[in-house]
Ligand binder design. Structure first.
Ligand code: PRP
Length: 223
């Protein structure tokens, strides 16, 4: 291990980053600089522990980790599946739990059942493609949107959507239902493949400290 080398974390901005800093605090890793909510700084340092943290848009986190700009990342499983980067996924952190689903009006259930050529609106075109083409063997037209995907079926842009469902209230308030479940999702820790070779003790200690201390009992996915 190189004592002078910083270990850099890329965290998905927002709730995920806050929850992750809580988790790290439990095992004695803090970053005072990050607690100043008015700060416009992009990168934060803990000199004593030789750690750096930066906040990034969720879909960029696996990119930073694949290229080694960050050694470690915390991001949703949805993003990992969609971005399909060469990184090690080492821990299921157990928070940020939700599901990736095919949703739409009740009437769209028949279109799915009969493998009709339907239009699918989604922020996750790769996940949708993999599900419909490789798992269901159904040819569909996938339309990429950047948010408020539930609008798709309402304004007749698409028959169904592929999207995240957490509480289900967005669907309910817009008259839509879960029609099929694709997979469960939660926050994951990912590691750069070279960093794992260069800093195995430091990274493995971090993983085992998190597993031992976090009440939601993250489980090891493997490397
Ligand atoms: C996500 C997702 C759903 C909603 C699901 O959207 O895309 O719209 O949350 O949560 P619920 O089941 O608890 O209602 P987000 O808030 O990230 O915004 P977006 O629609 O702009 O992607």
């Amino acid at each position: 291990m190189n004592e002078n080398r910083y270990l850099t974390f890329a965290l998905g901005k927002g709730r995920l980053a806050n929850k992750t800093m809580e988790l790290l605090e439990e095992i004695g890793i803090t970053c005072e600089e990050m607690k100043d909510k008015d700060s416009r700084k992009l990168i934060f340092v803990n000199e004593e522990l030789k750690l750096k943290f930066f906040l990034a848009k969720g879909p960029d986190v696996p990119t930073y980790v694949e290229y080694g700009a960050a050694d470690i990342g915390v991001v949703g499983k949805d993003t990992i599946l969609e971005e399909n980067r060469r990184v090690y996924e080492v821990l299921d952190l157990g928070y940020g739990k939700c599901r990736m689903c095919v949703c739409g009006p009740k009437s769209a259930a028949d279109l799915l059942r009969h493998h009709e050529m339907i239009r699918v609106a989604t922020k996750y075109p790769n996940i949708a493609k993999d599900y419909f083409y490789n798992k269901k063997h159904q040819t569909v037209d996938i339309i990429k949107l950047n948010g408020s995907v539930e609008l798709g079926p309402i304004v007749k842009l698409a028959d169904v959507i592929v999207d995240i469902v957490e509480t289900g209230s967005t669907l309910k308030e817009n008259g839509l239902k879960v029609l099929e479940e694709i997979c469960p999702l939660s926050a994951r820790m990912i590691v750069n493949q070279v960093s794992m070779q260069m800093e195995p003790e430091r990274i493995k200690k971090l993983i085992s400290d998190i597993r031992g201390n976090w009440p939601e009992k993250p489980y090891n996915i493997g490397m």
